[in-house]
Design a protein around this ligand. Structure first.
Ligand SMILES: [Zn+2]
Length: 273
């Protein structure tokens, strides 16, 4: 496996990742989970945190207990996204937590979460899409965004930064960003519709899409988000890309592409201390 810029950690056999620049602030608890050492059976084996799926509810609950114990947080403190590959963002407060994690409550679609409240854990879900973590250590504001190709082309990263600036007076130069494990440019083959969408939304496309002929391209979602972030004033030195490809490392991570959609979900979790 390629050496990651994230820090690999292990506790009681559970493997997870953290972002070194976030760790150094000592302001947050956070992680990106793996599929290792949970209770779920195949094809969700084993630390599936996806809700509203076909996996056993009891197993998913037990998996959440593992994550909560790992971070020393209460399950009642978690605020979840309701991901629809959109770019809508929710400003999270206490009223968004403490709902039963496995109830399908038909909420509006939300792919980004922001809060400046302590002791609320933001949580978003992944199997190949890009997890984006945000932390302003100066204003003490955190955010998460779920950016697949649609969310990346829709520039959800930019929308998170704009909200942090508008609502909390964050300065882009202060904001730390982590780009988590997700399908890499090595594996993410896309067709003409994705190419066209990126062509409409980005310049210097040759850095984001490598042609492999036959109207197929390899898309670099990590670089696309990097371009967006730098365009909004985030400093390159404050952006850390994990460099972990979920498709290449299917033993550690769920991969929607590799497993034909029949798989579980990892979670990104972050909470202000
Ligand atoms: Zn790969």
């Amino acid at each position: 496996m390629i050496k990651s810029n994230f820090t690999k950690r292990e506790k009681d056999g559970v493997i997870y990742y953290t972002i070194p620049s976030f760790d150094r602030t000592k302001l947050v608890k956070h992680l990106f989970s793996t599929r290792i050492k949970g209770f779920s059976k195949p094809p969700f084996d084993s630390l599936n945190l996806g809700i509203n799926r076909e996996d056993s509810i009891d197993d998913v609950r037990k998996n959440y207990e593992i994550i909560c114990k790992l971070l020393d947080i209460s399950i009642d403190s978690i605020a979840f996204s309701n991901q629809v590959h959109g770019t809508d963002i929710r400003i999270v407060d206490k009223s968004h937590t403490a709902k039963d994690i496995l109830l399908n409550n038909n909420e509006e679609g939300i792919d980004g979460l922001i809060t400046n409240k302590r002791e609320i854990a933001l949580c978003t879900f992944y199997a190949d899409c890009v997890p984006l973590y945000f932390l302003d250590p100066s204003k003490k504001v955190i955010g998460l965004a779920h950016a697949g190709w649609r969310g990346t082309a829709g520039k959800i990263a930019e929308k998170i930064i704009d909200k942090m600036v508008d609502l909390y007076n964050c300065l882009p130069k202060d904001i730390l960003v982590g780009i988590g494990p997700s399908i890499g440019p090595c594996c993410y083959e896309v067709g003409e519709n994705v190419f066209k969408t990126f062509n409409e939304n980005f310049t210097k496309l040759e850095k984001l899409l490598i042609s492999k002929g036959d109207n197929k391209w390899y898309l670099n979602l990590w670089q696309a988000n990097m371009v967006i972030l730098k365009g909004r004033g985030i400093l390159q030195k404050n952006i850390i890309i994990s460099k972990l490809c979920t498709n290449c490392n299917n033993d550690k991570f769920y991969s929607y592409r590799k497993e034909d959609g029949k798989t579980g979900r990892m979670a990104a979790v972050i909470q202000l201390l």
